[in-house]
Design a protein around this ligand. Structure first.
Ligand SMILES: [Mg+2]
Length: 122
């Protein structure tokens, strides 16, 4: 698969999460699909799409996966995550930053750097 694992993307699209959320809301509204988008259904969809993402790596040797197929499934996961946050009235940037702040506290750099141990084993 092409790409630079762990590398930064040189240029993002410039579209904000707010604009993307508006686009997703319009997509859903045009189809009258909001009736199906309970938090439970969206959480199930996150998990199902995450499994589809993992499936792209099943059985093949490292590098056998097709980049576009992986990105399609990643888009599905991300889409359902954004929809779930929206339905729950949560700001995706805020919840990620809040969780990152708490994770920083659990994994202080001086104890966690270069280690994969769980926080209670550092
Ligand atoms: Mg999918």
């Amino acid at each position: 698969m092409r790409g630079d694992p762990g590398g930064a993307v040189d240029m993002l699209s410039g579209v904000t999460l707010d604009e993307l959320r508006s686009e997703l809301r319009a997509f859903v509204a045009e189809r009258d699909w909001a009736r199906f988008h309970s938090p439970e259904n969206l959480a199930k969809s996150v998990s199902i799409e995450a499994a589809e993402l993992l499936e792209e790596f099943q059985w093949g040797a490292p590098g056998d996966e097709k980049r576009q197929d992986v990105l399609d499934e990643l888009a599905d996961v991300f889409t359902y995550c954004l929809m779930l946050a929206d339905v729950m009235g949560a700001d995706p940037v805020e919840i990620v930053r809040d969780k990152l702040r708490r994770t920083r506290e659990k994994y202080p750099v001086d104890r966690a750097r270069g280690r994969s141990a769980k926080y209670d084993e550092l």
